[in-house]
Design a protein around this ligand. Structure first.
Ligand SMILES: *Cc1c(COP(=O)(O)O)cnc(C)c1O
Length: 232
């Protein structure tokens, strides 16, 4: 079933990414598609890998762990995109290739402290609450410089960029302001935090990835537009 869903959806999503990238003077290769398999059975993972997708996203450590165990031996990069409780944080070591959701300095510190000796630096993104909604996770833009300054000093973490989530809104102006805001923050932080070399902007989901790419996204996290509605 997932094979058939993807056969239809994937070319469409890729084409929309390509068009949006061109609108921002870039090419499709500048935008990484993370296929979000959360809430779908392992069959969705298999279909995605068979379709040539390599970057897969999950938002819970237990689900990521279970799917990764079944995908052993396949070429796959796992992205942890969901809120991470500090006590679950150590679970991502050896499991996730990139953690998008570092939303507090304490979480970063916990990861730094629990890094296994043999682990290489873990690629992480600092999640910023650009829209300022109280329901949203993420570091406040006003605190971003200080938190990032501390994160770039951590040996176990490689801060490769920033992540944000837009408000649930149909208003393209609101979405554009959020994504453009993260892009501007990236430029400010690169200019003011000397050790920071991050280039990634993880922004854009099924409903808003085209605007996000137009605004400079380098990683989109797309679930339902690829796999249909989630089962939970
Ligand atoms: C679920 C989720 C997505 C994908 O959402 P869709 O609307 O299904 O594309 C992207 N990012 C995060 C952080 C998520 O939790």
């Amino acid at each position: 079933m997932y094979r058939r869903i993807l056969e239809e959806a994937l070319p469409e999503v890729r084409e929309r990414i390509r068009r949006s990238a061109e609108q921002s003077g870039r090419s499709a290769e500048d935008v990484r598609l993370v296929a979000v398999t959360k809430g779908h059975p392992f069959e969705a993972v298999e279909a995605a890998l068979d379709a040539g997708l390599v970057d897969l996203g999950e938002n819970r450590v237990d689900e990521l762990e279970a799917k990764a165990a079944r995908a052993v031996g396949r070429r796959v990069r796992w992205h942890m995109i969901g809120r991470l409780q500090r006590r679950q944080a150590p679970g991502v070591w050896g499991l996730a290739d990139m953690v998008h959701s570092i939303d507090s300095l304490r979480l970063a510190e916990r990861l730094e402290r629990t890094a296994p000796d043999e682990a290489g630096p873990l690629k992480v993104l600092m999640q910023v609450n650009v829209s300022g909604e109280s329901s949203k996770a993420g570091i406040e833009p006003a605190d971003a410089r200080e938190v990032l300054g501390a994160m770039v000093e951590m040996n176990a973490l490689d801060v490769v960029g920033l992540m944000t989530m837009a408000p649930f809104s149909e208003d393209p102006g609101v979405l554009r302001a959020t994504f453009g805001g993260l892009r501007e923050l990236q430029e400010q932080l690169r200019a003011t935090v000397p050790a920071y070399r991050g280039t990634e902007l993880s922004m854009g989901m099924s409903n808003d990835y085209e605007i996000a790419v137009q605004e400079g996204s380098t990683i989109v996290r797309v679930g339902s537009a690829l796999f249909g509605e989630r089962l939970r």
